[in-house]
Write a protein that binds this ligand. Structure first.
Ligand SMILES: [Mn+2]
Length: 424
């Protein structure tokens, strides 16, 4: 973790300027009838989970270039995640991925306490073979033609739930790579029937206070057809399974130009929005940093979420899911967490009563201008003040660089040579 005095020293340099900016923004917002303190309190209470796999350097299908001081195991990952939360105050939980993060639950809990973190949704993995699984997932997992492979995949998911139960998690996210690469390779209907039957077996193992999130993705690794390819299929799954089953929306898992915020609205309307994997994309499932390409879309998603606040049972999980090839993953995850917070703060500024009036009057121009006005407001002083007040860093990236944390862990963690390509 980073020395608290170093964070305080970093904050002292900018505190006076921040207070002046915050007061000026407060005055501006009060003219719009908005209490800046209320917005700041909501932002301060907001958290997004960090994916354990996000703190390692990712890669592409072509190569992976390891970074200095990469985490060697789940405990190193939790140290890195602890630093992200320490500096941003925005990432209180971690989403684990099994088998990558398999460890003794008591040791995981001890490390979580040491780093000030809790565990968010668990993630299972049947898109690659496991050393201790005798059968291969090459031709699928939950939808495989062989019942023994399906059972092996179900058993794995049940084990992940069991581990999650011991460490305080309350949800499991299931994403599978099942599909096909050739027309005719599979029977779409039979394959989906097999998937549903297997998913029902996982659902049956869910504790009463747990939720099951299924995650859709248009393509990859299957390039012709994918079993859970879009939100429509995902919604059918959630409907078939029951009340504890919800849809997870990964922003990168849609065709270009798809109206994701509208999908979010539909899932909210029918009580099936389970949560998010935030990231950004230009072409496909690029796993780029959240808000790095299309911050307006992120804002529009949050506009739907803020509009739904207070709806009974509305409690989507918020997680980041991105891959870092050219940046220090800790820096990318800090910036992304702040981008998510920024979109939330901007969405809180939308004048909803006025917007509704323009919608009712079919005043398209003024309706969209109302949204834009909130989006254009620079809310950085609100975010920074929320961080300052909770002892996090006003400028997390500067404080992180000044701490030399990466150089320190690089000395303790020998560089891992790449075992091959692929996003890991
Ligand atoms: Mn995802």
């Amino acid at each position: 973790m980073i020395d608290k005095d170093k964070i305080a020293a970093s904050n002292a340099e900018t505190e006076a300027n921040l207070r002046a900016d915050y007061d000026a923004l407060g005055e501006h917002l009060s003219r719009r009838g908005i209490d800046i303190g209320k917005i700041k309190d909501k932002v301060a209470g907001y958290g997004v989970a960090v994916p354990s796999w996000g703190v390692g350097t990712g890669g592409t299908r072509f190569a992976r270039f390891p970074g200095a001081g990469e985490p060697r195991n789940v405990f190193d990952k939790l140290d890195d995640c602890g630093v992200i939360h320490q500096l941003t105050g925005a990432t209180p939980s971690v989403s684990l991925h099994i088998p990558w993060d398999n460890a003794d639950p008591a040791d995981l809990l001890a490390k979580a306490e040491e780093t000030g973190l809790t565990f968010d949704a668990m993630n299972s993995n049947t898109f690659q073979d496991h050393a201790d699984h005798p059968l291969s997932y090459k031709f699928g997992s939950l939808s495989h033609t062989d019942a023994a492979v399906r059972q092996q995949a179900v058993d794995h998911n049940v084990e992940v739930i069991e581990l999650g139960r011991k460490i305080g998690s309350k949800a499991i996210t299931v994403w599978i790579g099942d599909g096909s690469n050739f027309p005719g390779q599979t029977n779409f209907t039979r394959q989906f029937e097999r998937y549903l039957e297997a998913a029902k077996s996982i659902y049956a193992a869910l504790p009463d206070d747990w939720r099951l999130f299924t995650e859709h993705k248009m393509y990859e690794p299957a390039f012709y057809s994918t079993v859970v390819q879009d939100w429509g299929t995902n919604y059918m799954i959630a409907q078939e399974l029951g009340d504890k089953a919800y849809c997870l929306v990964d922003l990168g898992h849609h065709a270009p130009n798809v109206n994701i915020e509208m999908i979010v609205a539909r899932l909210i309307q029918f009580g099936k929005l389970g949560g998010f994997h935030f990231n950004d994309s230009k072409y496909g499932d690029d796993d780029l940093d959240t808000g790095s390409i299309d911050p307006y879309r992120l804002f529009l998603v949050f506009n739907e979420l803020v509009a739904a606040e207070g709806v009974k049972g509305f409690d989507p999980a918020h997680m980041l899911d991105q891959s870092h090839n050219v940046t220090d993953p800790i820096e990318s995850l800090m910036v992304s967490a702040m981008e998510v917070q920024r979109a939330y703060a901007q969405a809180l500024l939308v004048d909803r009563a006025t917007l509704e009036g323009f919608q009712q009057d079919n005043d398209a121009l003024m309706a969209t201008t109302t949204l834009k006005r909130a989006f254009r407001t620079d809310v950085e002083p609100i975010l920074a003040m929320a961080r300052l007040e909770k002892g996090a860093a006003v400028d997390p990236v500067s404080a992180y660089r000044a701490s030399a944390y990466r150089a320190k862990v690089a000395g303790e963690r020998p560089e891992v040579t790449s075992g091959g390509g692929g996003i890991v």
